[in-house]
Write a protein that binds this ligand. Structure first.
Ligand SMILES: Cc1cc2nc3c(=O)[nH]c(=O)nc-3n(C[C@H](O)[C@H](O)[C@H](O)COP(=O)(O)O)c2cc1C
Length: 359
């Protein structure tokens, strides 16, 4: 009997299995609006128990990358409605990931009038691809004023209302991988001297205020969060107090009532491993659903579920390259290899043309 392929629940939702399609930015949203190609892509993956969309911006300010979708305009809501309508009858439950990129971005990827915002005016090391001028250094962000913080939180809450109106079952706050929420939480990117910076309580404030505002808008059973303790992506160096601070944050998120924490371990992508002690500590303090992700194959997914380390397993690259991953893993079949060269390129190649087993 496989646990991975057995039914379970996420808050009040029934899931057809415990496999989650991890959030995957694919940069096919021309004009930042979801389209028919994206509808086809998500429908192809709808045998998952839960799909988490690619990072989707709650604000024009949060777009960061080229061709990522948003959820702040009526056109975007209408586009996402078509996506959820295609996925729903196929069985997967569907959460939208809210990715506000903050300082990871370039003005050339943003609509006119949008601003690159972050807790402090500190540019992240590294470069950003732009369609207009190729690779560019990450922009130096504007330090957010209290008014910017307030309006950004309001954007998250409105985006949550929009996501539910578009037919999603819930939203996942992207608190991982060096984007805005993590920029507030980590001491290197947050050098503020007001009540949003300094102590860990202050650095957690923005994350918790966003979470509470989104819960207020759509209800706690519909809100999860992704976290990446020990993650170094996007110029986020490790620091001594990290394990204790993230465990404290998980306890606060438990008190706020979120339905899940989705923990990222990017050691399969070259980052330091998240120690088992950290995963176990979060499991202890966070009472609702725990999703683990990063480098999973079917055997490890099954053994971590059996050991009670988590409730659901999220899979990125193998799922990206195998829309019928559930059937392949059930059958013990070979997998297509992901083609990195088409991860972020426009069009169907490397997106909707991976063959299924029967093909
Ligand atoms: C092409 C690509 C795009 C990604 N985009 C996102 C994203 O939008 N949001 C996010 O939280 N993680 C993103 N990730 C990270 C994945 O969700 C996942 O954590 C990572 O691929 C490790 O899991 P895997 O070993 O199963 O692939 C992305 C990864 C890849 C390869």
């Amino acid at each position: 009997m496989s646990l991975l392929f057995s039914r379970t629940t996420l808050g009040p939702l029934a899931l057809q299995n415990r496999l989650v399609m991890a959030p995957l930015t694919r940069s096919r949203a021309i004009g930042n609006v979801p389209n028919d190609l994206m509808t086809q892509y998500y429908a192809q993956h709808a045998t998952a128990g839960l799909i988490v969309t690619e990072g989707t911006s709650p604000s024009p300010n949060g777009l960061g990358y080229a061709r990522v979708p948003g959820i702040y305009s009526a056109e975007q809501v209408a586009g996402w409605k078509r996506v959820t309508a295609a996925v729903r009858p196929l069985g997967a439950k569907f959460f939208m990931q809210f990715m506000h990129c903050g300082r990871i971005g370039h003005p050339l990827n943003l609509p006119q009038g949008a601003r690159i915002l972050a807790p402090s005016a500190i540019a992240a090391a590294g470069e950003m691809y732009t369609d207009a001028s190729g690779m560019q250094p990450n922009a130096t962000p504007e330090a957010m004023t209290e008014a910017d913080i307030k309006s950004t939180i309001e954007e998250f809450a409105q985006a949550a209302t929009n996501a539910i109106a578009a037919g999603f079952d819930g939203v996942e706050l992207h608190g991982a991988n060096g984007y805005l929420l993590e920029q507030f939480f980590r001491p290197t990117s947050n050098q503020r001297t007001d009540r949003y910076g300094g102590s860990v309580e202050n650095r957690a404030r923005f994350v918790l205020e966003v979470a509470r505002a989104v819960i207020e808008a759509i209800g706690k059973d519909k809100v999860g969060i992704r976290l990446s303790p020990f993650g170094v992506f996007n110029d986020m160096p490790p620091y001594a107090a990290m394990e204790a601070e993230y465990t404290g944050l998980a306890a606060e998120l438990d008190a706020a009532g979120l339905v899940y924490i989705h923990l990222v371990d990017h050691s399969s992508m070259g980052a330091p491993a998240v120690p088992d002690s950290m995963k176990a500590a979060i499991r202890r303090v966070f009472k609702r659903t725990l999703i683990l992700s990063g480098g999973y194959d079917a055997a490890r997914a099954e053994s971590d579920l059996e050991a009670g380390k988590c409730d659901l397993i999220a899979v990125g690259r193998p799922f990206l390259a195998n829309p019928d991953l559930v059937a392949r893993w059930k059958a013990g079949a070979a997998l297509n290899a992901p083609d990195m060269s088409t991860f972020y390129t426009p069009g169907p190649k490397g997106y909707t043309d991976y063959p299924t087993m029967a093909a």
